[in-house]
Design a protein around this ligand. Structure first.
Ligand SMILES: [Zn+2]
Length: 217
Protein backbone atom coordinates (compact mmCIF):
# COMPACT_ATOMS: atom_id res chain seq x y z
CA UNK A 1 0.00 0.00 0.00
CA UNK A 2 1.57 3.21 -1.11
CA UNK A 3 0.53 6.78 -1.53
CA UNK A 4 -2.66 7.42 -3.41
CA UNK A 5 -1.90 7.85 -7.07
CA UNK A 6 -5.06 8.11 -9.05
CA UNK A 7 -4.11 6.93 -12.49
CA UNK A 8 -6.76 7.34 -15.17
CA UNK A 9 -5.87 3.94 -16.64
CA UNK A 10 -6.74 2.13 -13.39
CA UNK A 11 -10.23 1.08 -12.40
CA UNK A 12 -11.80 2.03 -9.09
CA UNK A 13 -13.61 -0.98 -7.70
CA UNK A 14 -15.91 -1.20 -4.66
CA UNK A 15 -15.89 -4.95 -4.17
CA UNK A 16 -18.88 -5.33 -1.85
CA UNK A 17 -22.23 -3.72 -2.67
CA UNK A 18 -25.81 -4.78 -1.91
CA UNK A 19 -28.89 -4.04 -4.00
CA UNK A 20 -32.59 -4.30 -3.11
CA UNK A 21 -32.42 -7.96 -4.16
CA UNK A 22 -30.65 -8.57 -0.83
CA UNK A 23 -33.88 -7.80 1.01
CA UNK A 24 -32.07 -5.56 3.52
CA UNK A 25 -30.72 -2.89 1.16
CA UNK A 26 -32.20 0.32 -0.26
CA UNK A 27 -29.96 0.36 -3.35
CA UNK A 28 -32.13 0.07 -6.46
CA UNK A 29 -30.12 -1.16 -9.49
CA UNK A 30 -30.69 2.22 -11.17
CA UNK A 31 -29.20 4.05 -8.17
CA UNK A 32 -26.13 1.80 -8.27
CA UNK A 33 -25.51 2.33 -11.99
CA UNK A 34 -26.13 6.10 -11.64
CA UNK A 35 -23.51 6.18 -8.90
CA UNK A 36 -21.05 4.50 -11.27
CA UNK A 37 -21.90 7.05 -13.95
CA UNK A 38 -21.19 9.89 -11.50
CA UNK A 39 -18.12 8.57 -9.68
CA UNK A 40 -16.54 6.02 -12.03
CA UNK A 41 -16.35 3.61 -9.09
CA UNK A 42 -17.27 0.16 -10.37
CA UNK A 43 -19.56 -1.74 -7.97
CA UNK A 44 -19.34 -5.48 -7.33
CA UNK A 45 -22.91 -6.35 -6.43
CA UNK A 46 -23.07 -9.44 -4.22
CA UNK A 47 -26.51 -9.83 -2.71
CA UNK A 48 -27.47 -12.19 0.07
CA UNK A 49 -28.18 -15.61 -1.44
CA UNK A 50 -29.07 -14.39 -4.92
CA UNK A 51 -27.28 -13.39 -8.13
CA UNK A 52 -30.31 -11.43 -9.39
CA UNK A 53 -28.99 -8.01 -8.29
CA UNK A 54 -25.58 -8.55 -9.88
CA UNK A 55 -27.24 -9.64 -13.13
CA UNK A 56 -29.46 -6.53 -13.22
CA UNK A 57 -26.63 -4.11 -12.38
CA UNK A 58 -24.11 -5.78 -14.72
CA UNK A 59 -26.62 -5.39 -17.54
CA UNK A 60 -26.93 -1.64 -16.81
CA UNK A 61 -23.17 -1.11 -16.40
CA UNK A 62 -22.42 -2.80 -19.71
CA UNK A 63 -24.84 -0.43 -21.40
CA UNK A 64 -22.78 2.45 -20.00
CA UNK A 65 -19.44 0.83 -20.88
CA UNK A 66 -19.33 -2.47 -22.83
CA UNK A 67 -15.75 -3.04 -21.62
CA UNK A 68 -17.02 -3.78 -18.11
CA UNK A 69 -17.14 -7.54 -17.58
CA UNK A 70 -20.39 -9.18 -16.60
CA UNK A 71 -19.85 -10.43 -13.05
CA UNK A 72 -22.53 -12.55 -11.45
CA UNK A 73 -21.87 -12.60 -7.72
CA UNK A 74 -23.58 -13.64 -4.51
CA UNK A 75 -22.84 -13.42 -0.79
CA UNK A 76 -23.85 -16.93 0.17
CA UNK A 77 -24.79 -17.87 3.73
CA UNK A 78 -23.23 -21.18 4.69
CA UNK A 79 -23.44 -23.16 7.90
CA UNK A 80 -20.10 -21.58 8.89
CA UNK A 81 -20.77 -17.95 7.90
CA UNK A 82 -20.82 -15.97 4.67
CA UNK A 83 -18.72 -16.39 1.57
CA UNK A 84 -18.84 -14.40 -1.69
CA UNK A 85 -18.73 -16.16 -5.04
CA UNK A 86 -17.90 -14.01 -8.06
CA UNK A 87 -17.79 -14.78 -11.77
CA UNK A 88 -20.57 -17.29 -11.17
CA UNK A 89 -22.66 -18.77 -13.96
CA UNK A 90 -25.56 -19.74 -11.73
CA UNK A 91 -26.90 -19.19 -8.23
CA UNK A 92 -25.25 -21.13 -5.39
CA UNK A 93 -27.70 -22.51 -2.81
CA UNK A 94 -27.46 -21.14 0.73
CA UNK A 95 -26.98 -22.96 4.06
CA UNK A 96 -24.63 -25.67 2.80
CA UNK A 97 -21.37 -26.60 4.48
CA UNK A 98 -18.85 -23.85 3.60
CA UNK A 99 -16.52 -26.39 2.01
CA UNK A 100 -19.29 -27.55 -0.32
CA UNK A 101 -20.21 -23.94 -1.15
CA UNK A 102 -16.61 -23.13 -2.05
CA UNK A 103 -16.42 -26.24 -4.24
CA UNK A 104 -19.60 -25.21 -6.05
CA UNK A 105 -18.19 -21.73 -6.70
CA UNK A 106 -14.91 -23.09 -8.05
CA UNK A 107 -16.82 -25.73 -10.04
CA UNK A 108 -18.43 -22.88 -11.97
CA UNK A 109 -15.05 -21.29 -12.65
CA UNK A 110 -15.78 -18.62 -10.04
CA UNK A 111 -13.62 -17.03 -7.36
CA UNK A 112 -14.11 -17.35 -3.60
CA UNK A 113 -13.90 -14.15 -1.54
CA UNK A 114 -14.03 -14.38 2.24
CA UNK A 115 -15.91 -11.27 3.45
CA UNK A 116 -15.32 -9.56 6.81
CA UNK A 117 -13.65 -12.71 8.21
CA UNK A 118 -13.02 -11.35 11.71
CA UNK A 119 -16.16 -9.24 12.14
CA UNK A 120 -17.44 -9.68 15.67
CA UNK A 121 -21.13 -8.77 15.17
CA UNK A 122 -22.01 -11.06 12.25
CA UNK A 123 -21.15 -14.49 13.51
CA UNK A 124 -18.70 -14.55 10.61
CA UNK A 125 -16.02 -16.33 12.60
CA UNK A 126 -17.60 -19.78 12.61
CA UNK A 127 -15.41 -20.72 9.63
CA UNK A 128 -12.31 -20.47 11.84
CA UNK A 129 -12.83 -23.97 13.19
CA UNK A 130 -12.18 -25.24 9.65
CA UNK A 131 -9.58 -22.59 8.78
CA UNK A 132 -6.81 -25.00 7.86
CA UNK A 133 -9.02 -26.73 5.28
CA UNK A 134 -10.79 -23.62 4.08
CA UNK A 135 -7.77 -21.41 3.57
CA UNK A 136 -6.68 -23.40 0.53
CA UNK A 137 -9.98 -22.63 -1.18
CA UNK A 138 -9.97 -18.89 -0.55
CA UNK A 139 -8.90 -16.75 -3.50
CA UNK A 140 -9.42 -13.28 -1.99
CA UNK A 141 -9.73 -12.04 1.60
CA UNK A 142 -11.75 -8.90 2.25
CA UNK A 143 -9.10 -6.76 3.88
CA UNK A 144 -11.33 -3.78 4.44
CA UNK A 145 -15.10 -3.82 4.97
CA UNK A 146 -16.87 -0.50 5.47
CA UNK A 147 -19.37 -1.89 7.97
CA UNK A 148 -16.88 -3.55 10.29
CA UNK A 149 -17.07 -1.49 13.46
CA UNK A 150 -13.65 -2.11 14.98
CA UNK A 151 -10.61 -1.21 12.87
CA UNK A 152 -8.65 -4.08 14.42
CA UNK A 153 -11.06 -6.57 12.82
CA UNK A 154 -10.16 -5.25 9.37
CA UNK A 155 -6.50 -5.23 10.39
CA UNK A 156 -6.82 -8.88 11.48
CA UNK A 157 -8.26 -9.72 8.05
CA UNK A 158 -5.29 -8.11 6.31
CA UNK A 159 -2.86 -9.88 8.62
CA UNK A 160 -4.59 -13.19 7.83
CA UNK A 161 -4.42 -12.45 4.10
CA UNK A 162 -0.73 -11.63 4.37
CA UNK A 163 0.02 -14.80 6.32
CA UNK A 164 -1.50 -16.97 3.58
CA UNK A 165 -0.42 -14.81 0.61
CA UNK A 166 -3.95 -13.96 -0.42
CA UNK A 167 -4.78 -10.72 -2.19
CA UNK A 168 -7.17 -8.43 -0.37
CA UNK A 169 -10.33 -6.70 -1.49
CA UNK A 170 -11.87 -3.45 -0.28
CA UNK A 171 -15.63 -2.99 -0.09
CA UNK A 172 -18.13 -0.49 1.27
CA UNK A 173 -20.67 -3.26 2.01
CA UNK A 174 -23.14 -0.52 1.09
CA UNK A 175 -26.77 -1.20 1.92
CA UNK A 176 -27.76 2.48 1.47
CA UNK A 177 -27.17 4.93 -1.40
CA UNK A 178 -25.05 7.24 0.79
CA UNK A 179 -22.49 4.46 1.32
CA UNK A 180 -22.13 3.52 -2.36
CA UNK A 181 -18.52 3.76 -3.48
CA UNK A 182 -17.46 5.08 -0.10
CA UNK A 183 -14.52 2.70 -0.07
CA UNK A 184 -12.78 1.09 -3.00
CA UNK A 185 -9.47 0.01 -4.42
CA UNK A 186 -7.72 0.86 -7.65
CA UNK A 187 -6.44 -1.84 -9.95
CA UNK A 188 -5.54 -2.65 -13.53
CA UNK A 189 -8.56 -3.27 -15.78
CA UNK A 190 -9.61 -6.91 -16.09
CA UNK A 191 -12.24 -9.02 -17.76
CA UNK A 192 -11.72 -12.62 -16.58
CA UNK A 193 -11.31 -14.16 -13.10
CA UNK A 194 -7.64 -14.84 -13.91
CA UNK A 195 -7.08 -11.22 -14.91
CA UNK A 196 -8.82 -9.99 -11.75
CA UNK A 197 -6.52 -12.17 -9.60
CA UNK A 198 -3.51 -10.88 -11.51
CA UNK A 199 -4.68 -7.28 -11.09
CA UNK A 200 -5.27 -7.76 -7.35
CA UNK A 201 -1.82 -9.24 -6.91
CA UNK A 202 -0.08 -6.57 -8.99
CA UNK A 203 2.03 -3.93 -7.32
CA UNK A 204 -0.14 -1.24 -8.86
CA UNK A 205 -3.08 -1.88 -6.52
CA UNK A 206 -3.82 1.14 -4.32
CA UNK A 207 -6.26 1.46 -1.45
CA UNK A 208 -7.02 5.17 -1.19
CA UNK A 209 -9.77 4.32 1.20
CA UNK A 210 -7.47 3.19 3.98
CA UNK A 211 -5.70 6.48 3.98
CA UNK A 212 -8.80 8.51 4.70
CA UNK A 213 -10.59 6.16 7.04
CA UNK A 214 -10.34 7.76 10.50
CA UNK A 215 -9.94 4.48 12.40
CA UNK A 216 -6.88 3.63 10.32
CA UNK A 217 -5.04 6.77 11.32
ZN1 LIG B 1 -22.45 -7.99 2.53
Amino acid sequence: MGPVISRPDLWKFDMHVHSVYSGDSFNEPGIISDNFRKTGILPLVCDHNTTAGSAAVSHDLRKIDPQIPEILAEEVMTRQGEVVGLFLSEMVPAYLDIRETMDLIHGQGGLVLLPHPFCSWRGSRLWEEYAAEIVRCIDIVEGFNGRVIHAEENAAAREFAGRYNKPISVGSDSHRPQDLGRWWLELEPFSTPEELMKALLAGTVRFPVLERFPEEK
